[in-house]
Design a protein around this ligand. Structure first.
Ligand code: NAI
Ligand code: A1CAB
Length: 269
């Protein structure tokens, strides 16, 4: 299967690294990238073909759109229409699949996906949505590309991709913010910087691993840490008093609203 990338930035690199680790051949991956430093870096690191112009990148089974949402329309309207069998896989936040099809001269085989940066270490999670004209085989090809860097979840309603964006697309930033806060609380309690970071990171990593492997409800896992009259009870009560659930809900609502706003703004162009 041949895969092309329009845009060779962070997300494209994460996906390319994962695909090569999963056994994709470097000869089957092509990238179009205008920045000469990025072109040299990708070609050297991965031995793939990286070019300044899109022409050769288009003759592929899956064409990944990995540029910023704000430039997508200009990029697509300057391209020839891809072959009907080419599955276009957009990872641009907010931009709707129907607008992509329109900018590609009514090329209807469009899958819209939202991956996340843990893809860099093969631990990504991506939501996908396919326009009705995408065949089962084209869907499977798009999924194979994303599965190279983690798990996938299909949604049947495109509006839910904005929810995926708010939860797992932007979510790593919420988790990193929590790690920052836990680390700085550790320093405030007298731990040195190294110990505070190691403890904060190990706690988030270990807790996520336990939740995934054990499979119990997160509330049940929390109950197992929380001894009656003990320390966790006080700590969790303080988190609840300070509105941690409301803060997370507000973060997700704001991110989803921004995804919709991007879709409205960019689709109206
Ligand atoms: N960073 C993240 O956590 C996530 C990002 N996304 C989406 O992925 C897309 C790419 O994001 P990043 O990789 O973070 O951005 P990035 O800025 O690292 O990469 C974008 C690349 O596109 C290149 N580019 C600009 N104009 C171009 C053109 N005309 N033709 C080809 N390439 C061009 C840039 O030189 C740059 O290397 C965005 O649409 C973003 O919404 C999706 C999921 C998560
Ligand atoms: O912040 C953004 O717009 C992109 C989409 C999800 C993660 N990064």
């Amino acid at each position: 299967m041949k895969v092309g990338f329009i845009g060779g930035g962070n997300m494209a690199e994460a996906m390319i690294g994962g695909m090569l680790r999963q056994g994709f051949a470097a000869a089957d991956i092509r990238v179009t990238e205008p920045n000469p430093d990025r072109r040299a870096a990708l070609a050297t690191r991965y031995g793939i073909t990286v070019e300044a112009e899109a022409a050769a990148t288009l003759a592929v089974d899956v064409l990944v759109l990995a540029v910023k949402p704000q430039v997508l329309r200009a990029v697509l309207t300057s391209l020839p229409r891809p072959a009907p069998e080419t599955c276009v896989l957009s990872i641009a936040a907010g931009v709707r699949a129907g607008d992509i099809a329109r900018w590609l001269n009514q090329h209807k085989a469009v899958v819209r996906a939202m991956p996340n940066t843990p893809a860099l270490v093969g631990a990504g999670i991506a939501g996908l949505y396919a326009l009705p004209d995408v065949s089962a085989e084209q869907q499977a090809r798009a999924e194979t590309v994303l599965k190279a860097v983690g798990e996938t979840v299909w949604v049947a309603d495109e509006a839910l991709i904005d929810a995926v964006t708010a939860i797992s697309g932007s979510g790593p930033a919420y988790v990193f913010l929590f790690i920052e806060a836990l680390e700085s609380a550790g320093r405030a309690l007298g731990l040195d910087a190294d110990a505070a970071r190691t403890l904060a990171l190990g706690t988030v990593y270990g807790s996520a691993a336990l939740a995934v492997q054990d499979g119990s409800e997160p509330a049940e896992l929390r109950a197992r840490v929380t001894s009656k009259g003990g320390t966790t009870e006080r700590g969790v009560a303080a988190l609840e008093e300070h509105g941690v659930r409301a803060a997370v809900a507000a973060a997700a609502a704001a991110a989803a609203a921004r995804a919709r706003e991007l879709g409205d703004q960019l689709g109206a162009e």
